[in-house]
Write a protein that binds this ligand. Sequence first.
Ligand code: CP
Length: 311
Amino acid sequence: MNNYINIKDLPSVELAVQEAISLKSDPNKYRSLGTHKTLVMLFFNASLRTRLSTEKAAKQLGMDVIVLNVTDAWQLEFDSGVIMNLDKSEHVKEAAQVISQYADILAVRAFPSLKDKEKDLSEWIITSFVNYATVPIVNMESATGHPLQALADAITIEELKTKSKPKVVLSWAPHPKALPHAVANSFIEIMQTIDVDFTITHPEGYELHPDIVKDTSVVYDQEAALKDADFVYVKNWSNYKDYGKITSEDSSWMMTQKKLKTAKFMHCLPVRRNVVVEDAVIDSEQSIVIAQSNNRTYAAQVVLKKILENG
Ligand code: CP
């Protein structure tokens, strides 16, 4: 594997999940693989889990790690042919090549604007690094995808399922801020590759990109969608059609114990308590959010390992 931009970059999701579970029992087994190699992580946006779990994963592979918050560096220009006489001091063409001299793998987090749909869909930031860097690129959440999170979610379901084909529901939740579609997109994509009975539920109007949803079942009645669910993944996303807007804050979509019944509760975190999910759910034994965040390390470790093995 060269880059990890999308879960489609994994040669096999199933094998990656199994490898991650195996790595968990002996995380330092491949410590020599990354010796004298450096992971540089660039953050255009805040992070708790991605930052710490990816660094831990790299260190368990013996890598050195350098983290740069891009807000501390020179402002980057991404457009070609512009006269750079305003606020941007450095072009990504130079920056990506310069960083590549210090890095063996470059990981990038860059959220969407949620203002310019076409530009966000073009993935202009991460694509610029893919185009101009000379080392492999790992997506730590881009405008349209969060494939490290999705892999951790698939690992968690595999570990905790009690039947061979569990029912998994992705349920939209209200949120006071306009949030990206990345987590939902990548979760949908990875669920489409594994053996689960998968349903999406959200208010009418909150349809995601049809190229992502494809023929996955979408049920607008949340109660009907949740019937007999084994895993319920709760996540807000802003409106995709009316791009980046909040067109519903319907609090009746919040996940409650009454709605969850016996299912396991999943969320990528961070989560707003009593807006997205009530305390009674996230504080219950049915909540597996801490296990999900633990699996972020092993998801990242499998990805970095595959890239290092590729030379
Ligand atoms: N789930 C996730 O990506 O968390 P952070 O934003 O804290 O990295």
